[in-house]
Design a protein around this ligand. Structure first.
Ligand code: UDX
Length: 449
């Protein structure tokens, strides 16, 4: 068990201000990291946008204090901006001002901030922090492999086999479709050399070669997977108190349903918090799940529900929900495979909880994550799209059967078990990520005087 932090240590510990990008896939990992810091003598203040604070139901930061800054869209958030570019520009302008006010306020609070931990999707935070003379750590929520240079169309990626264009992040071969997102991804590196640390949600053995390569340029620390202790190393007692959607009523519906299924029999399908499948793709997935002849738990966000085919009857074998407690689900013994879009969080969660994956990447980093899943870690298969960009029902069924039933599935299953053990070791007392977090804390304490 973890050594409890004494009151004296808490009072003398450094103070970190944590600033996530205001989307679920970015808030979750940085919050879980912050929680680990609180167990290592650090006081945490989490700054969320006013809109995020107002609209996130069931958010709990446990002993972490929350403050707000503004993105300039306090009423409607990102959805009220006309474009990604407009949102980013306004967030930068209003965010800078309101962050400076917050830092000023905390400076006079008797417990000034020592270090700002920020998401490089909002790189201006680093400029503000440095303007106040503070330490700063960039917290990357995506894999290391995404931070590599390209030359002449070929990817120079330590730790990965050669990649076909469709296996590279979509913003490289298709950046014209998402100019705002592409710019935001490039901007992450605009000033990152000024950061005192680069923290990455990965672990040493998972991306060893690329981490070693990056360490030549930056002070890099792998601190992941940022999965709550209760699912892996089981050392922190207060996990239930932290997170988004902690008290979602869907939790009981999903868990009661899973309790009634056979071990390793269920297909869990979910595409994260942002990906939008076309109606055609949703239909193929719907038919694949119903014809697979296996029980399935499928998350279809309420904004996507209208794409379900009209004749799609909620089969007796399946449960369709608008949200699922993903970590609880993946930890449940009934789950036999995870059909995923390969968002970095979902990828890490599936791998760390030992669930074989069927990768159906949609955009951004997801195709590269899928490449790691299939060709490097060997914990899943990729469902390939046809020439129209659609993954057919037959392809999905065949991939599910391959991971759940075939000889190759046994190899994938044993790799999944192996990686689960390695992920747990990384976070356990003295493991590589635990040591890196401890070093980070010690370095803040040394540098602040
Ligand atoms: C986004 C990008 O799409 C992704 O590619 C990038 O790597 C991170 O930012 P998102 O699409 O939301 O993230 O996917 P993902 O990274 O998988 O994060 C989703 C998070 O929400 C996971 O932690 C998952 O456990 C949680 N979740 C999602 C739930 O708990 N329940 C749900 O029903 C859906």
């Amino acid at each position: 068990p973890i050594k409890e932090v004494t009151d004296a240590e808490k009072e003398n510990g450094a103070h970190c201000l944590i600033l996530p990008h205001p989307t679920q896939g970015h808030i979750n990992p940085i919050l879980q990291f912050a929680k680990r810091l609180t167990h290592k003598r650090i006081k945490i203040t989490l700054a969320l946008t006013k809109f995020t604070l107002k609209t996130t139901t069931g958010f709990s930061g446990g002993s972490i204090s929350t403050r707000s800054i503004s993105d300039g869209f306090d009423e409607g958030g990102r959805a009220h901006a006309n474009s990604s570019e407009e949102y980013q520009a306004r967030f930068q302008q209003v965010g800078r001002e309101t962050l400076a006010e917050l830092l000023q306020d905390l400076a006079g609070s008797g417990r000034p901030v020592d270090c700002v931990v920020y998401d490089p999707f909002i790189p201006w935070v680093l400029d503000v922090a440095k303007g106040f003379g503070l330490l700063a750590a960039a917290f990357f929520t995506q894999s290391c492999a995404l931070k590599l240079p390209l030359s002449g169309g070929e990817v120079v990626v330590p730790g990965l086999p050669p990649m076909k264009p469709e296996e590279m992040p979509s913003f490289i071969h298709d950046h014209g479709s998402y100019p705002g997102t592409f710019q935001m991804l490039l901007n992450q590196f605009r000033n990152v050399d000024k950061a005192d640390w680069i923290l990455i949600n990965t672990f040493d053995k998972l991306e060893q070669e690329v981490l070693e390569w990056m360490s030549r340029f930056w002070r890099v620390k792998a601190i992941g997977p940022t999965i709550p202790s209760m699912y892996l190393d089981k050392r922190l007692q207060d996990d239930k108190e932290y997170g988004l959607n902690m008290f979602n009523p869907m939790t009981n519906t999903c868990m009661n349903w899973l309790d009634n299924q056979e071990p390793k029999s269920v297909i869990y399908a979910s595409f994260g918090s942002l990906a939008q499948l076309t109606a055609r793709q949703t239909k193929e997935l719907a038919y694949a799940l119903t014809t697979s002849n296996k029980p399935f738990l499928w998350v279809v966000r309420s904004t996507e529900e209208s794409k379900l085919p009209e004749d799609f009857s909620k089969s007796r074998k399946g449960l369709v929900v608008t949200w699922a407690p993903q970590l609880e689900v993946l930890s449940h013994m009934a789950v036999g495979c995870f059909v995923t879009h390969c968002g970095w969080n979902s990828t890490l969660e599936g791998l760390s909880l030992g669930v074989p994956l069927v990768a159906m990447p949609q955009w951004t980093d997801q195709s590269t994550n899928a490449k790691l899943v299939t060709d490097v870690w060997g914990v899943g298969v990729r469902a390939r799209a046809d020439c129209n960009g659609i993954v057919s029902r037959e392809e999905i069924v065949s991939c599910v059967k391959s991971v759940m039933e075939s000889e190759d599935g046994k190899r994938i299953g044993s790799n999944a078990v192996k990686w689960k053990g390695i992920a747990r070791e990384a976070l356990d007392l003295g493991g590589s990520s635990d040591k890196n977090i401890e070093e980070f804390v010690t370095e803040i304490m040394l540098k602040r005087y």
